[in-house]
Design a protein around this ligand. Structure first.
Ligand SMILES: [Ca+2]
Ligand SMILES: [Ca+2]
Ligand SMILES: [Ca+2]
Ligand SMILES: [Ca+2]
Length: 391
């Protein structure tokens, strides 16, 4: 048998061979994929020109006890399965079957999601039960006592889930893609996979069904959008700066996982602020006023004055800020520093003031800065500098 298999593997494609040469069997068996999942469709092809017995009609092979085609998993077999010629005189014979796996719960709800069954006589109506980590063998008794065998592995696969990008803006359409060949439970209809999507602002998020892109793709897509309101439908509650998450539980895992194992498959993305940090807040130059709020024309030492700054949020979203006043004397020595921490709502304007008593006459420099936080010191506005003369 090993010799025969080697010969069949080494022989090149050839057509038009009319008389079977039984000691040089030429009937290689081909599969349309190198490996299958447990509920795949398998398309098979046998090149057997000598079985093109009538050049004017479609011949068939395999459906007789004497020269049978058998398709087997470890514990189930389709006997005498018919393959038919692709054309009246091609000498190429094809058949297909659908694997039906075994009884298994693929989504953790306690209910099996498969319909294992072995039936059919060919060329396209066959169903075959299979196990995980096995192979499907196709054998054809090409000539009396000459049996050709070819086999192909069956595996489960670890699924993948991903956002279409790593960074989104709030108004973007957010696409989610799941690939798991094991969840193409029916290769002739559209399947679905349940997944969850959630955000830092809404840990509960949404439970959704990704939909297979076509009957036999094993690729599942879904699109969501973000909302400032509560999550519902395909709208996830979130805000700028959030991380968002998608999660799918894979209950069909390959070796070395056991058949009853499941794991969470997760991807994340960031909701980015479309405004560059330096443009998020505008800051007007500071003004010096007296305690009644009137602008000062001149300043004398030991007079209490108010330094007033004004900032404005240039975005429609809330923005945290730290506003810093700093006063330096003519020696470049910092005489006073203070800050105000807060949050601006969308497009909000805010006046900020700080009192200061210059002790000595001289030239002072008043600086103001706007940062996002003391953690990463991101400037949200250009800094401003005022020179003040104290008499
Ligand atoms: Ca024919
Ligand atoms: Ca289930
Ligand atoms: Ca499908
Ligand atoms: Ca899987």
């Amino acid at each position: 048998m090993l010799d025969l298999l080697l010969i069949s593997a080494l022989l090149p494609f050839a057509f038009g061979q009319e008389i079977p040469i039984f000691d040089e069997p030429y009937a290689p068996i081909f599969f349309d994929k190198p490996v299958y999942s447990w509920t795949d469709k398998i398309k098979m092809k046998i090149i057997a020109p000598s079985w093109n017995s009538n050049k004017n009609q479609i011949d068939s092979i395999g459906n007789s006890e004497s020269h049978s085609i058998k398709i087997s998993s470890r514990s189930h077999t389709l006997e005498n399965y018919k393959f038919t010629e692709t054309d009246t005189s091609s000498g190429v014979f094809t058949g297909e079957i659908i694997l039906t796996g075994f009884s298994h719960d693929v989504d953790g709800d306690g209910i099996s999601d498969t319909n294992p069954s072995t039936r059919g006589s060919g060329p396209t109506d066959g169903f075959l039960q299979t196990e995980r980590d096995t192979s499907i063998s196709v054998s054809f008794e090409f000539a009396d006592g000459v049996v050709l065998v070819e086999s192909v592995p069956i595996n489960w696969n670890k699924g993948t889930i991903e956002f279409s990008k790593k960074n989104f803006y709030f108004d973007d359409l957010i696409e989610i893609k799941i690939i798991d060949a094991d969840m193409n439970l029916n290769p002739e209809s559209i399947d679905r996979i349940s997944f969850t999507v959630f955000s830092d602002s809404d840990n509960g998020g949404l439970l959704l069904d990704a939909i297979e892109t076509d009957e036999n793709s094993a690729r599942f897509y879904y699109s969501i959008q973000l909302t400032e309101n509560s999550s519902s439908g395909n709208q996830l509650h979130s805000q700028i700066g959030d991380k968002i998450y998608v999660k799918y539980d894979d209950y069909t895992l390959p070796n070395p996982f056991s058949i009853s194992d499941n794991i969470e498959i997760i991807d994340t993305a960031i909701i980015e602020n479309p405004t560059a940090p330096i443009n998020r807040i505008s800051s007007n130059p500071v003004q010096l006023v007296n305690n009644l709020g009137s602008p000062l024309k001149s300043i004398t030492s030991n007079q209490q004055i108010q330094i007033v700054g004004q900032i404005e949020n240039k975005q429609e979203f809330n923005q945290n800020f730290i506003y810093i006043f700093q006063v330096k004397n003519s020696m470049d020595y910092v005489e006073s520093i203070s800050w105000i921490q807060g949050e601006l709502s969308g497009f909000q304007k805010l006046d900020l003031s700080q009192s200061w008593i210059p002790e000595n006459p001289g030239k002072y420099q008043i600086e103001s800065f706007v940062w996002n936080s003391f953690n990463d010191f991101l400037p949200l506005s250009d800094s401003s500098i005022n020179i003040v003369l104290v008499e």
